[in-house]
Design a protein around this ligand. Structure first.
Ligand code: ZN
Length: 261
């Protein structure tokens, strides 16, 4: 049958969502689908990137089940920085680094700017740390009790985000229907819908979200991932127009994957 995504030669399995989205001890009975190299191993860096983006979201504050994952994520970031230093910069590189640090002294965004510049000049490779610090900016958000919270937001790479969730969507489809979806797939991201989104988009989001019925949702470790599927029928002809799956990550991030006929 081939890879769940491209139909190519199968070399292993891919977890939907990736195993790293579940803490150790919560990795039993996860969903796996047959996959080629490109849609498995080659994407583990992408998985780590998306996981880091989600875990750094302030929306997760108060979700105790993900604390362990947040620790793991912080350690992964630290390792990236440590590895960069272990490769021992030359004298010239060390001087360049010091110059850059000095340049941004006193700047409230010094950390992000420093990482960016060191990385873009190819002086050191900090790995994920630099990716996450790209375009980082200081921001204030309003907390649940109306208090102001200082945070750092960063503009994530939309394309990488889209590819990751397309893999998720196709993986769920393959797992549930036992075949590969060959058409296009649309993934709506409800949680990341902007406040100033078009009314049409908000309505569409509501329309799908009202289908969430958690008593019916599937997922062995549903605090980390669960989903449910349904058919959308034409209101007049009652013919099936699309198959869609609602899914939720970390009890916080809601998505709908739509497979239109
Ligand atoms: Zn593939």
């Amino acid at each position: 049958m081939g890879c769940y995504f491209c139909g190519g030669e199968v070399s292993g399995v891919e977890h939907i969502p990736p195993r790293s989205f579940f803490p150790k001890g919560k990795r039993q009975s996860l969903i796996t689908v047959d996959s080629c190299d490109t849609h498995n191993q080659a994407k583990s860096k992408e998985d780590e990137y998306i996981r880091a983006i989600l875990l750094s979201s302030i929306k997760l504050d108060g979700q105790h089940q993900i604390e362990g994952l947040r620790d793991t994520n912080a350690r992964a970031l630290e390792r990236g920085v440590k590895r960069a230093f272990e490769r021992r910069p030359t004298k010239e590189q060390a001087k360049e680094v010091l110059d850059i640090i000095e340049k941004y002294e006193g700047d409230p965004r010094a950390g992000a700017k420093t990482f960016n510049e060191i990385d873009s000049k190819g002086i050191m490779d900090f790995g994920l740390m630099t990716l996450l610090n790209k375009d980082a900016r200081e921001e204030s958000v309003v907390g649940n009790n109306g208090e102001e919270i200082k945070t750092t937001s960063f503009i994530y790479d939309q394309k990488r985000f889209d590819i990751f969730f397309e893999c998720m969507a196709r993986g769920i489809f393959f797992h549930e229907l036992g075949e590969r979806w060959e058409g296009r797939v649309n993934v709506l991201s409800h949680t990341f819908l902007k406040d100033d989104a078009a009314q049409r988009d908000k309505n569409l989001s509501n329309e799908y979200l009202q289908h969430f019925d958690w008593s019916e949702a599937k997922g062995a470790q549903n605090e980390y991932f669960c989903y449910e599927g349904a058919n959308k029928l034409n209101p007049v002809t009652k013919e099936r127009e699309s198959i869609f799956f609602n899914f939720c990550i970390f009890k916080t991030f809601y998505f709908t994957a739509i497979f239109q006929f």
